[in-house]
Design a protein around this ligand. Sequence first.
Ligand code: FDA
Length: 327
Amino acid sequence: MLARSLILKTSAWGPVERMVRKSFLFKPLVRRFIAGDSLEEAIEASNATIQKGMFVSLDFLGENTKSEAEALAAKATYIRMLETIAKSSSNTPPKRVEMRHKTPGAPPLGELEATNISIKLTQCGLDQGEDFAETNYREVLWAAAERNTFVRVDMESSEYTERTVKMIQKVHQDFPNTGTVLQSYLVRTDEDVELMIQMQARVRLVKGAYLEPANVAIQDKAKVDEAYVRQAKRLLEAAFYPAIATHDEKIINELNQFVSQKGIAKESFEYQMLYGIRRDLQDKLVKDGYNVRVYIPFGDSWYPYFTRRLAERPANAFFILKSLFKG
Ligand code: FDA
C-alpha cells in the first residue's frame, strides 16, 4: 500500500509527468496497457480480442474536461466510437448470451453486446455542471440504445461517487442500457451494492484505483479483498449481469467455486480484465466457459490511466527505474 501511494503521489508532479511522457523507455510499457492513440487502433485490438472469444469495453482516455467545448468534443468521440463499433466486426459477439433480470419469471431482454463503451462523467463535463454533463451523457445513451449496446460509467475518485450514483439512479429509469462501477475499498459500497440490486442496474465491481483518505476508504489491502469477495458474492446471487473486474486469481478461484456450489449460471455474469494484464488468465477463463470482457483504452491522454496501472503493481515501476539507472 505504501509503494502504491508513493507512486500515485510522485507521478502527479509535473516534472515526473514530463519525464515519463518524453522518455522512450516507457513506450513499450505504455503500449502494453494502451491499444494506441486512434480509434482505428482500438477497433483493431477489439477485433483481435473478440476473435479470441472475449467481449470488449472500449475506453476513450481522458478525464476532467476544462471547458464545455472539451466535453462536447469528448461526447462526439463517444458517439463516433458507437457508430464505428456498429459497422465493424467488433459488433459480432463471440457467443450468444441472453440477458435476463434476476427477478423470478423475468422476460428475456435481448442479447449481450459484443463491444460496449466505458465513459467518465468528468469527461462529459461534470466539472462544468451536473445538468450539462447529464445532457451529454443522455445523448451518448440515445446513440447506444439505437445500436442495442451498453454504456458503462467508470467510477472516479470519491469526490464524484455520490454524484455518479445519483446520476445513474436518475438516468437508468429512461436508459436501462447503462450501469456503473462500484469500488470495494469505499466504506459506502455495501449500501450501493444493495441499491444497484434493487434497480437491477448492471454493476462492475472493482477494488478501487485512486488514493483515498481513511474516512472514506478502507486502507488495509486484506480488508479490501474481504469486502470485494463479500460484495461479489452478493452481486452474483442477486444482481443483473454483474461484472467481476479483477486480476486476482485467488479471488477468481473462490468465486468460481461459489457459483458452482450455488448453481449460478456462467452466462449470468462476466469477468472483466484490463488490456495487457493477465492475458494467460483471460484465456484460461474463456477456455473454462466463463464470459470475459477486456477493457481496451485508447487515446493520447494516457498518463493518469498509466500511472494507476503502475501503482497497482509497483514491480512495473521498479523495473523501469532499474533500467533508467542501468542506462
Ligand atoms: P490486485 O491489485 O490485488 O492485483 C491482483 C493481481 O493482479 C496482482 O498480484 C497481479 O498479478 C495482477 N495485477 C493487478 N494489477 C496489475 C497491473 N497493473 N500490472 C500487472 N499485473 C497486475 N478502478 C476504479 O477505481 N474505477 C474504475 O472505473 C475501474 N475500472 C476498471 C475496469 C476493469 C475492467 C478492471 C479490471 C479494473 C478497473 N479498475 C477501476 C481498477 C481496479 O480498481 C483495480 O485497481 C485493478 O483492477 C487492480 O486490482 P485487482 O482487482 O486486479 O487486484
